[in-house]
Design a binder for this molecule. Structure first.
Ligand SMILES: Cc1cc2nc3c(=O)[nH]c(=O)nc-3n(C[C@H](O)[C@H](O)[C@H](O)COP(=O)(O)OP(=O)(O)OC[C@H]3O[C@@H](n4cnc5c(N)ncnc54)[C@H](O)[C@@H]3O)c2cc1C
Length: 457
């Protein structure tokens, strides 16, 4: 979306935009490059437009394309469409297609392996041997692979039904229909895994373990408008923000609304709320409240919520809050001991399979790829102060060694969350991509003025 919006901004100007992306098509990324029919967008289609001034753009695209085709379940009981995620990936692909056709954007289907400074520019090399010299580089790699807890990875190494990364296509195919499955982590990835398992006929017991025993909530029925003002005189501490949220939920309840409406207001006002908090308070918020925020803010599509709710009612899905004290392989069986959060009771459990769904390891982003690690060593990239991604200034320019924004290196997307706050759902990611594209266009305009004046001098 940065590339497409930049191409839009630069119409008529001689700019080459390269997107390095090993996937076959641009636009899908980790979230939407999935053929699994159980994977649905978790935000109603009506809220997933790529054009902020045309909020119905995705819905109109769906109707032009005759989508969702062969998917009667896409229309949920709440009256909203939740198409398969692959469909949304095609929509993004269609958005960028004209710029690929006009050759304003080039898709290099290779993996970047080095990014080095050369004078004031960047030399980018790929695993396919391509080399590009760029005036400006944008890091938009977002989701590193999940990182299984070390003790679990060591104990279950070599077990045929230990799945450390459920996002690898076909990863779930090793699970037998009646296997007892331990799912470690209980956010949206766990919801995807459970829905996928049940869709493919898995009928065994599933235990979803997380520290607090929370699970991603569903949407309000019927849908509600956001409620609450957190931007006038914004809170300066995590505690006062928490009190304000509780108060707003109480007031919303008096007006017949649920917490959903307040969390939707928090999400849309998230940037302003975040910026008003000093770093120590942002850390406090992440340390103490993030699990609760994640469970209420990242909601599952109603179709997936129904699968999990039915399983909980039947008793074949269990949500367990506690700490994993021990895990081991005993022949083909996986044994686990869990200390329950609220009672402290230790429970011994046995499983046939274990799936890690703790989500992408954003905190370890710099160690996730050698070229990111090299940029950190050379002082061009740093982890942000809160541990959510990469440090950048409020123009989304990467912070250099002196803590100053580098106007040749930008961070786009969720990795910029440490500065911008809530930046994970598509609407915010898209707004941020538009913002970064504008910043890059302004930088390019300054650069071309500078080069023109240097030439004439
Ligand atoms: C499983 C999942 C489901 C989601 N579902 C929803 C949803 O339904 N609704 C919603 O609003 N939000 C959803 N989200 C949020 C999602 O994060 C954003 O919507 C958005 O997809 C983030 O896009 P991105 O381009 O920043 O990152 P990504 O999609 O992670 O794209 C980064 C790309 O960088 C590429 N890359 C990485 N390293 C290199 C390299 N060295 N060289 C070249 N290319 C590289 C990767 O191949 C990848 O395609 C979901 C997120 C996940 C993880």
């Amino acid at each position: 979306m940065v590339a497409a919006n930049l191409a839009r901004n630069m119409v008529g100007q001689a700019v080459s935009i390269f997107v390095f992306e090993p996937r076959g098509h641009l636009g899908a990324g980790l979230a939407y490059d999935t053929a699994d029919p159980a994977h649905r967008v978790n935000v109603p289609a009506a809220r997933m437009s790529l054009i902020p001034e045309a909020p119905d753009d995705f819905v109109h695209w769906l109707s032009r394309k005759g989508e969702p085709a062969d998917d009667p379940d896409a229309l949920a009981a709440d009256g909203h469409l939740y198409p398969r995620r692959s469909v949304f990936g095609r929509y993004v692909g269609d958005f960028i297609a004209p710029y690929l056709e006009s050759r304003h954007v080039h898709h290099c289907r290779e993996r970047v392996v080095t990014v080095e400074r050369t004078g004031s520019q960047w030399r980018i090399r790929t695993d396919g041997g391509t080399e590009v010299i760029a005036d400006i580089a944008v890091v938009a790699t977002t989701h590193p692979a999940p990182c299984a807890p070390g003790s679990v990875a060591r104990a279950l190494a070599g077990h045929p039904r230990f799945i450390a990364d459920s996002t690898v296509p076909g990863a779930l195919s090793v699970i037998g229909d009646n296997d007892r499955v331990l799912v470690i982590g209980n956010g949206l990835t766990a919801a995807d895994v459970i829905a996928s398992l049940r869709r493919r006929g898995h009928a065994g017991a599933i235990t979803a373990l997380s520290r607090r025993g929370l699970r991603s909530r569903g949407h309000a029925t019927p849908a509600q408008e956001p409620s609450g003002d957190f931007t006038s005189d914004p809170s300066r501490t995590a505690l006062s923000l928490l009190k304000r949220v509780r108060l707003a939920i109480g007031e919303a309840g008096e007006g017949g609304l649920s917490w959903h409406a307040v969390f939707d207001a928090l999400r849309t006002q998230g940037g302003c709320i975040w910026r008003a908090l000093p770093i120590a308070e942002r850390r406090r918020l992440v340390r103490h409240l993030r699990p609760y925020w994640d469970a209420h803010r990242f909601r599952v599509a109603p179709q997936i919520d129904a699968v999990i709710t039915q399983g909980l009612e039947r008793g074949d899905i269990r949500v367990l809050g506690g700490s994993l004290m021990a895990i081991a392989q005993v022949g083909p069986t996986i044994t686990a001991q869990v200390r329950q959060r609220h009672t402290g009771t230790r429970e011994d459990l046995a499983f046939d399979a274990c799936i890690v769904t703790t989500g992408p390891a954003h905190k370890g982003i710099l160690a996730s790829q050698p070229w990111l690690a090299d940029l950190a060593i050379s002082g061009h990239l740093h982890a942000d102060a809160v541990g959510l991604g990469l440090a950048c200034d409020d123009r989304s320019q990467a912070m250099d060694r002196r803590g100053e924004g580098d106007d040749t290196l930008f961070i786009a997307g969720p990795l910029a969350r440490g500065t911008f706050g809530e930046l994970m759902g598509l609407p915010q990611v898209n707004d941020h991509a538009i913002f970064v594209a504008e910043e890059v266009a302004q930088r390019l305009a300054r650069l071309s003025r500078f080069r023109a004046s240097a030439k004439s001098a």
